[in-house]
Design a protein around this ligand. Structure first.
Ligand code: HEC
Length: 131
């Protein structure tokens, strides 16, 4: 399952899965995600998401859009959960990953709503990052 999902990260961005709805996450979740992001990701990806040390790739702007903008929230979630942080992949709990993702999405111009982003594969697959 994990392997399939990882392959999906590479293929689905190209294949553009049938994902229709905009990403859903809440402002409260963004605040939680920001705190966790700074603690767990910020040293490599930077406080501004594109100014990190240790070779962390940019997590916003054109780079982010080119890599993730035609896929679903699920592809991004699976990538992050199975590879980040590099010294401890899968080391955070799923809710924390979802919170951090909310923060990254908000910083990329997706709008927060009332409903939280749940770490549920089916619902995340239905959320497109296409703008
Ligand atoms: C020890 C440094 C380090 C930490 C900590 C870290 N990352 Fe990364 N991250 C990297 C590196 C290096 C890459 C590039 C990997 C590659 O291209 O193969 C990367 C790539 C990524 C990407 C893909 C970016 C792209 O489009 O190319 C995402 C998304 C990401 N990290 C999210 C996170 C999140 C979320 C966290 C915190 C839970 C995190 N990372 C923690 C070093 C780190």
């Amino acid at each position: 399952m994990r392997r399939f999902a990882l392959t999906c990260v590479m293929l689905c961005a190209v294949a553009s899965p049938a994902a229709a709805q905009a990403p859903m996450f809440s402002a409260e979740q963004v605040a939680r995600g920001k705190a966790s992001y700074i603690q767990r990701c910020g040293m490599c990806h930077g406080e501004n998401l594109d100014d990190g040390d240790f070779g962390g790739a940019p997590l916003r702007g054109t780079w982010f859009r080119d890599h993730w903008g035609s896929g679903s929230v699920a592809s991004l979630f699976t990538y992050v959960q199975t590879t980040m942080p590099p010294d401890n992949p899968g080391g955070l709990n799923d809710t924390t990953y979802a919170d951090i993702l909310s923060y990254i999405l908000q910083r990329n111009g997706y709008a927060a709503g009332v409903q939280e982003l749940k770490p549920d594969e089916k619902s995340m697959e239905a959320m497109s990052l296409q703008k």
